[in-house]
Design a protein around this ligand. Structure first.
Ligand SMILES: Cc1ncc(COP(=O)(O)O)c(C=O)c1O
Length: 389
């Protein structure tokens, strides 16, 4: 079956965060939304069908997650990444951000230090800070034309109060797909200093040409015992609104602690449509994903050329994964407020402001290119016009 990713679907009437808040947040219902990380494509047909079949039943009482649900994830990890996992390693959470918060509660105490590597997904900051833990930064460095982890600085930051590192792999917003060598080096530093790794791999399936995602935990038994891997079908199959995710925890002691924390917070449930959709997505979504990745590659190539040829003042960092591109707008010489004003009032495209990903993001914008080509063309034309005037 050939999927049609060119089809433009109006989402403005669907109470969506990405498209339904423009008037309220930006004072202009007609800005084009290219911010929140969901895509403007329909989910795979078998996922829609699974949800419709469940909906048609008409009774939506409490659900259970059947064996086939977990089996679909075990098979996905095996076929996509070559990682052999056991079904009992999978722990439910109603989203990856909740899993990060659960891990912070389960494995650290108030006042403990947790390391993140900005610029990075904003909830990494709030989950740590708002739960009374200390944030420690190991900023990515831009070296040899790409963002890299600074392991020397990381080692210098660690003291006896430092308990955890939250990794973003692939990395939002800079689009890096970390290599086995980079992950191995990071894993070894963390083992040496007794730092638990929470590896947020929500973007694992969204990897562009020439790159391969490796789950850090599959690189050695020692890493597996020291890592929680957060996965979800939400970004991959565009079902984030179903709030269904999993954390893979090979270490039985850590798993018990994580599950205990989730139970104590009353987060056992999960919705019946999420159960149906996750299983259908992982069981049957491979072909759709292949076509999606081709389409996203086309979008990435298109926008890279467009900026180079027509908007040279803005320099996109070529994404290796995700459907997000990190735009270096520093040549425009605008401060945070002026860049925001330019983006919303002149370009009339809603992107994420770089500084919300940490100090290091100042002067950058994050553009979501998970949309039909026609929408992307309109976004780029608006940016081009605004950059000229
Ligand atoms: C790195 C990363 N983690 C987590 C999430 C959100 O996860 P969830 O919606 O499952 O809480 C996102 C969404 O953009 C993300 O980019």
């Amino acid at each position: 079956m050939e999927y049609d990713f060119d089809r433009v679907i109006d989402r403005r009437q669907t109470d969506s965060v990405k498209w339904g808040l423009n008037a309220k947040l930006f004072g202009d219902a007609d800005v084009i939304s290219a911010w929140v990380a969901d895509m403007d494509f329909e989910s795979p047909a078998p996922v829609i069908e699974a949800i419709l079949a469940r909906a048609r039943h008409g009774i939506y009482g409490y659900g259970v997650r059947p064996a086939a649900y977990t089996d679909s994830m075990v098979a996905w990890m095996q076929t996509r990444f070559g990682w052999t996992t056991a079904s009992e390693w999978y722990a439910f959470s109603p989203g990856v951000v909740p899993a990060l918060a659960l891990a912070v509660h389960a494995f650290t105490q108030p006042g403990d230090k947790i390391i993140i590597q900005p610029p990075v997904y904003p909830p990494f900051f709030s989950i740590v800070k708002n739960n009374g833990r200390q944030l420690v930064f190991n900023p990515l460095k831009f070296h040899d034309g790409k963002f890299q982890m600074d392991l020397e600085n990381l080692e210098r930051q660690i003291d006896p109060r430092t308990k955890m590192l939250i990794l973003c792999s692939p990395h939002n917003p800079v689009g890096r797909v970390w290599s086995r060598e980079e992950l191995t080096a990071l894993g070894e530093v963390c083992l040496r200093h007794n730092l638990l790794i929470i590896s947020d791999e929500i973007h694992a399936d969204l990897v562009l040409r020439g790159h391969t995602h490796t789950p850090l935990a599959m690189l050695s038994d020692a890493f597996a015992q020291n890592t929680l891997t957060c996965i979800a079908p939400s970004k991959t199959f565009n079902i984030a609104g179903l709030y269904t995710a999993a954390t893979i925890i090979p270490n039985a002691r850590l798993r018990a602690q994580f599950n205990h924390t989730r139970e104590n917070l009353g987060l056992e449930g999960g919705n019946v449509f999420g159960i149906a959709a996750l299983e259908a997505a992982y069981r049957t979504g491979g072909e759709w994903l292949t076509q999606l990745l081709d389409y996203l590659q086309g979008n990435a190539d298109f926008l890279m050329s467009y900026f180079a040829e027509r908007i040279p003042r803005i320099k996109p960092i070529r994404p290796e994964g995700t459907y997000l591109v990190w735009l270096d707008c520093r040549e425009m010489g605008l401060d945070d407020a002026a860049l925001k004003e330019w983006m919303l009032k002149r370009a009339r495209v809603a992107m994420n402001e770089g500084h919300t990903f940490g100090e290091q993001g100042r002067g950058f914008l994050r553009l979501n290119f998970g949309c039909p080509r026609a929408t992307l063309v309109e976004i780029l034309q608006r940016i081009e016009q605004a950059a000229r005037s």
